[in-house]
Design a protein around this ligand. Structure first.
Ligand code: AVI
Length: 320
C-alpha cells in the first residue's frame, strides 16, 4: 500500500482509520480530486442523511416506501414463502418491515458494518415479529460474506433498497450484483430499489435542498477528515455543488474551493485553486431498460418492476 509507510505508527490509529487515511490521501492526490462517498456515513453524516430522507425535495425515500406499501401483495405473490430476507446494508429497517409484514418470511438477515446498530434494530423487530428468526451479520456487504448456517436450507430473497446501487460506478454495481448472486446462491430472488431518470429540475432540487441539509452532509466528509485524521480543512472555504450530468445519467456532488488554499493531512499538502473541486459522490439514475441490461449483464433475470404513478422511482424483482 502506497501510504502504509507514512501511516504506520500514526498515534491511536486502528485499521479502519488507516484505511480512511489511505483512501483520503489517494483521492486527494488524484486529478481531479475525489473522496469516496462511503465516508459520508459516520454518526453525524448518518443523522444528516436521515434528515435528507425527510426533506420535501428528496423524493426517493418516501416514493420507494409508497411503492413497497402499495405493491406489497404483488411482491408477496412472486417471491417464495418461508424464505430468508437478506438485506444488504441494513439501516433502519423501515422498508424491510413492510416486506416482513406482507410476505411470509421465515428469517431476516440484516447485513451491515455496524454490529451494535444491527443488534439494537433486531431487538425492536423481535418484539413486532415474534415468530421471525433474525440473524444479523456484521460485514461489509460490498465484499463476499457467508450467510448463517441456519438459513442454508431456506429460499433466499436479497433486498437492496434506497437506490444505494446508484452510488456505485457501473462496474462496481455489476460486481456487487454478481457478488450478491454468489452469496445468495442458485434460485435466489433479489429486490432492488433504483432511482429513475427524470426531468433535471426535480433531480437538481433533490440534491440542492433549500434548507441546506445536503450541503451540510457533503461538507461533513471534510469535517470527518479533520476530526478523525487530523486534517486542517477550512470548511467555510468550500461550497456544496450538485449538478445533473445528463450524458452520464448521474448527479455529481462536489466540494468547490472558494479561494486558493492549501490543506494539510498526515504531513502532506493539498493545494486548491479557486473553483477547484473534490468529487465526493455520484448518484446514478437508471431507466428501466438500462437497469435491466445491468442486471442481465450481472447474471440475473429481471422478472418484475414496480413504479409510482409519476414514475419517479422503481423497485425491481430479479431471479438468479
Ligand atoms: C444513499 N444514496 C442513495 C443517496 C443518493 O441519493 O444518492 C445519498 C445522498 N446524497 C445526497 N443526498 C442523498
Amino acid at each position: 500500500n502506497l501510504h502504509a509507510a507514512a501511516l504506520a505508527g500514526a498515534p491511536g490509529s486502528n485499521e479502519s482509520t488507516r484505511e480512511f487515511a489511505s483512501d483520503a490521501i489517494t483521492g486527494l492526490s488524484h486529478h481531479p480530486k475525489q473522496l469516496p462517498p462511503k465516508y459520508f456515513y459516520d454518526a453525524v453524516g448518518s443523522e444528516l442523511f436521515e434528515q435528507i430522507t425527510r426533506l420535501p425535495e428528496y423524493y426517493p425515500t418516501r416514493t420507494e416506501l409508497g411503492i413497497l406499501r402499495d405493491r406489497s401483495a404483488e411482491i408477496a405473490s412472486i417471491i417464495p414463502t418461508h424464505a430468508a430476507l437478506v438485506e444488504f446494508g441494513a439501516g433502519a429497517p423501515t422498508k424491510a418491515r413492510l416486506l416482513l409484514a406482507a410476505c411470509e418470511f421465515a428469517a431476516y438477515v440484516p447485513v451491515d458494518i455496524s454490529g451494535d446498530f444491527l443488534n439494537a434494530q433486531a431487538r425492536g423487530l423481535r418484539k413486532d415479529f415474534p415468530h421471525l428468526k433474525i440473524y444479523p451479520v456484521t460485514a461489509d456487504f460490498t465484499a463476499p460474506f457467508i450467510l448463517p448456517d441456519q438459513v442454508a436450507a431456506m429460499p433466499k430473497v436479497g433486498f437492496f433498497p434506497g437506490s444505494t446501487l446508484g452510488n456505485f460506478e457501473p462496474h462496481e454495481a455489476c460486481r456487487f450484483l454478481r457478488g450478491a448472486r454468489n452469496i445468495l446462491g442458485e434460485g435466489a430472488y433479489m429486490l432492488i430499489g433504483v432511482d429513475l431518470e427524470k426531468n433535471e429540475r426535480t433531480l437538481y432540487d433533490a440534491y440542492n435542498d433549500a434548507a441546506g441539509v445536503t450541503a451540510r452532509f457533503n461538507l461533513n466528509i471534510l469535517a470527518r477528515v479533520n476530526r478523525e485524521l487530523g486534517g486542517n480543512f477550512d470548511l467555510s472555504a468550500f461550497a456544496h455543488r450538485a449538478i445533473y450530468n445528463r450524458d452520464r445519467h448521474r448527479i455529481e456532488m462536489y466540494l468547490v474551493s472558494k479561494k486558493p488554499q492549501t490543506a494539510r493531512l498526515h504531513g502532506r499538502s493539498f493545494f486548491f485553486r479557486t473553483g477547484e473541486s473534490i468529487h465526493t459522490e455520484s448518484s446514478y439514475k437508471y431507466s428501466t431498460d438500462r437497469f435491466n441490461a445491468l442486471a442481465k449483464g450481472s447474471g440475473w433475470t429481471p422478472i418484475a418492476a414496480w413504479t409510482d404513478p409519476e414514475r419517479m422511482f422503481s423497485v425491481h424483482a430479479l431471479i438468479s
